[in-house]
Write a protein that binds this ligand. Structure first.
Ligand code: NAD
Length: 277
């Protein structure tokens, strides 16, 4: 079974550099998909209140019999629950569904700047850490100006920011800001969400050079950038393929070839305008 390296967050806690995402995995398929991921060696599982599948994640964890300290479970506050008391109540709900005493990482899913509540929400996140309910807290889809506000107005620096990131949209500016402030970068949509990235000629060329699949080359690129990466698949062979990354390395020419893929275009929503609750 591959051993996944860890990165150390700004609170001294380690996070596996590769995890398993369950966005759009139907609730009834989630337990099996997570069980397959755990048997393949994944220890970080990334879910969200909004995915509607936290119970399936909890069931797979309970059945796996893996020591709790070896697992790293992330969930995210859903958009409708921004605010201090609503955050605390939504957190309790997640913990029931996941069947956990303490969560590893809780994220604000989207900043929703048009409602201007993420600072208040973050105060509730700080309270959850102080109360020993969660080890680490972070954000998702935050842009530089949103992070700057948290840094200026609150006490705890987010451990990481989970953002859309892949070779077409490599987020250089935000990654630089994260590095300067000790915030890890976690890539969502790392494989380009099945929308053509894995058929790009530059990616195919690098894959052929290494005798690897396009998905492995792209995931290896994330690892070498220093990102935490959370690919999703429900197919057992792809789940195993996506963790089999730690016995080859891309060289400078490969990294340059992958850089050619950049379009600068997002595949998902723009966090400045995304307001769905
Ligand atoms: P992804 O880039 O991981 O793409 C998943 C798709 O890629 C699969 O459905 C499949 O079609 C394809 N795929 C997977 N493995 C493959 C392989 N080995 N070969 C060929 N094709 C393969 O996209 P994602 O699921 O959107 O992102 C990963 C995770 O990130 C999610 O599951 C979720 O946990 C998280 N996420 C977070 C946010 C957020 O707003 N914070 C948004 C989207 C996703």
């Amino acid at each position: 079974m591959p051993t996944v390296p860890s990165l150390v967050m700004n609170n001294g806690i380690e996070i596996p550099q590769l995890g398993f995402g369950v966005f759009l995995v139907p609730p009834e398929e989630t337990e099996k998909a997570v069980a397959d991921a755990l048997s393949a060696g994944y220890r970080l599982i990334d879910t969200a209140q909004g995915y509607g599948n936290e119970e399936g994640v909890g069931a797979a964890i309970a059945a796996a019999g893996i020591p709790r300290e070896d697992l790293f479970i992330t969930t995210k506050l859903t958009n409708s629950e921004h605010g201090y008391d609503t955050t605390l109540a939504a957190f309790d709900e997640s913990m029931k569904k996941l069947g956990l005493e303490v969560l590893d990482l809780f994220l604000i899913h989207w900043p929703l700047p048009m409602f201007d509540r993420y600072v208040e929400t973050w105060r509730a996140f700080e309270r959850l850490v102080a109360d020993g309910r969660v080890w680490s807290i972070g954000v998702s889809n935050f842009e530089i100006q949103h992070l700057e506000r948290l840094l200026a107005e609150t006490d705890v620096t987010p451990c990481l920011n989970q953002i859309e990131l892949h070779p077409e949209f490599p987020q250089d500016e935000l990654r630089e800001f994260h590095a300067k402030h000790g915030i890890l970068t976690e890539s969502w949509g790392p494989l380009g969400q099945g929308k053509g990235l894995l058929e790009n000629q530059h990616i195919l060329d690098v894959a052929r050079r290494h005798g690897r699949t396009p998905a492995q080359v792209v995931l290896r690129w994330h690892i070498q950038l220093g990102n935490v990466v959370i690919p999703k698949s429900v197919q057992p062979e792809r789940i195993r393929e996506n963790i089999d990354l730690f016995d080859f390395e891309l060289d400078e020419d490969d990294m340059q070839a992958i850089a050619q893929v950049r379009t600068g275009q997002r595949l998902g929503a723009d966090p400045n305008y995304f307001d769905r609750r």
